[in-house]
Design a protein around this ligand. Sequence first.
Ligand SMILES: [Zn+2]
Length: 316
Amino acid sequence: MNGPAHILRTAWRALLQHAGNVARSSGREAIGWLLGFYVGGEPYVLDAHPATRYKHQSRYGAIADPMEEAEIVMRYPRNVGIVGLYHSHPFKDDTRHAIFHSATDDATLTSRASRRENFVSVVTDGRSAECFVLRDGFPAPVTPAIVETLSMAGHLKRYTTSVAPSFSLKVSEANAAGVVAALEKKVSADLDRAVRSASVGRGTVELDGLGAGAIRNRLVIQRDDDAHRVELSLRLDPTVFVAGSDEDEVLLATRNEILDDVLFLLWRGFDASAVDLAGVERFEANLGSLSVHETTPLPKKVYRAPKRATVLRRRA
Ligand SMILES: [Zn+2]
């Protein structure tokens, strides 16, 4: 990363305002996420999302509910989403230098930066703020380039694809968690095969062998002698956003996005921890659907729940 952290002014203003409001109303620390993408390792921040659920929140420290972060991650397509964290030190009146990176802040940044280089950490006192990224194991201040306009379209290219595959397998044990694990393995293998002969066009990706004509997302588990037959049919139109036009990168993003979608739909539509398949003759789960909405400043994934979720028939 040679350049600065690029931050849209509206996002910068939003985080300052959030931290300032929380400090004024409760005197406590505020946390939030920085949303955007990376281009050539440089972070672009287009939006700020304040944490709404805390595990702990005081004047000298706060921990956000990790579930909220997981939900945010799932709301964005590949290569878009959380690029940093911000938090406040609401003790401007006690000290002249409230903006610094504490040992706790260092530990948080170190763990994040191990997963994503140039993960941004912003510390604010509610009035001004500073940006840090990890350099050689230490937090280094970086200059935020606050810009008036910043759009995703100017930096990332959009690629769409359409697939309608069916996956079929047999499991000997009627165990719901085992079904999900077996499906994940099967879907991954089929995706890897499809990607090998895929082609990337202008804004589109063609994946061979993943178009069996399914019209909706559905999971059916049926008894078949001593085993269970599992059929997963999907109708997906994933969209990914990639910097540059490297084919391998586009294909990898598409592959991973499809797998993300499959796992998300299974998680939402088929709660493996709640479904007991013992004695079940036929189980059918409508999994709902996912689509990418091109909202500003960032696109979002929207999940639509099915009208009728599951139908289960046990042995008489
Ligand atoms: Zn701190």
